[in-house]
Design a protein around this ligand. Structure first.
Ligand code: NDP
Length: 241
């Protein structure tokens, strides 16, 4: 039977590319989303991938959602915490709501989703968790105090959980994309985007498939010795050791 892979925010952008790459790799895939029913229905129609709607920032909804996926497809062996949002503005203008929304969706979601899946991975003595961080969590970004904090927190979360999962056959890694051509990035004003592209040594935005291929590798059997790491995929824009 196929292993089950759950991709949060798996119906659009980078997540959709990850869902497809994992389907191609032979997994039974569940793709979740938050509210865009039209995009989710179109994605399901085009790919045959099952879609599920819940808010990854809601602890109980994650537990219930994972229970539904498990009933439909089987225990989750591969979890990709990809769902994310931005609420950008300068710090003085940033409201508590903007902080909470971004932290809930981008950071607390990792806790919620791992709590709902980690023990069954432990019981199965196998699990793969990949959390999508960001270049802006590594370097910080003006106008993104909330997002940078959540994405940096994701890297710390991964490093700690990796150490707990290791002896149970569970690997936990982060992927930190640079600027990828999705709706999130297309929403950036054109002049600012042009400046960003100038700062990318390879001279272009990344493609969602380039992130998806890396995730497919990290969850494969070939990557069983890679855990607690952050894979930087940013066209050379920001280099960390
Ligand atoms: P998109 O905005 O294109 O897609 C986001 C997906 O996440 C959608 O499926 C959306 O569902 C879902 N989602 C949003 N909020 C929630 C929620 N509360 N609960 C469940 N699902 C939710 O994003 P990207 O593909 O651009 O980004 C994917 C990930 O990659 C994010 O974590 C982002 O921070 C990260 N990233 C992106 C970069 C980029 O350049 N695009 C760069 C670095 C990191 P719905 O369709 O219903 O809205």
């Amino acid at each position: 039977m196929s292993k089950v892979a759950l991709v949060t925010g798996g119906t659009r952008g980078i997540g959709a590319a990850i869902s497809l790459a994992l389907k191609e790799a032979g997994y039974a895939v569940a793709a979740t989303y938050a509210g865009n029913d039209t995009a989710a229905a179109e994605f399901k129609e085009a790919t045959g991938i099952e879609v599920y709607k819940w808010d990854v920032g809601d602890f109980d909804a994650c537990a219930e959602g994972v229970a539904r996926v498990t009933k439909d497809l089987g225990e989750v062996a591969v979890l990709v915490n990809n769902a994310g949002i931005t609420r950008d503005t300068g710090f003085s203008r940033m409201t508590k709501d903007m902080w909470d929304a971004v932290l809930d969706t981008n950071l607390t979601s990792n806790f919620n989703m791992c709590k709902a899946t980690f023990d069954s991975m432990k019981a199965a003595k196998f699990g793969r968790i990949v959390c999508i961080s960001s270049i802006n969590g590594q370097k910080g970004q003006i106008g993104q105090v909330n997002y940078s904090a959540a994405k940096a927190g994701t890297i710390g979360f991964v490093k700690a959980l990796a150490q707990e999962g290791a002896r149970h056959g569970i690997t936990v890694n982060a992927v930190a994309p640079g600027y990828i051509a999705t709706e999130m990035v297309k929403a950036v004003p054109e002049d600012i985007l042009a400046k960003i592209v100038k700062g990318i040594p390879v001279g272009r935005l990344g493609e969602a498939e380039e992130i998806a291929d890396a995730v497919a590798y990290l969850v494969s059997d070939k990557a069983s010795f890679i855990t607690g790491s952050t894979l930087t995929i940013n066209g050379g824009q920001y280099l960390t050791s």
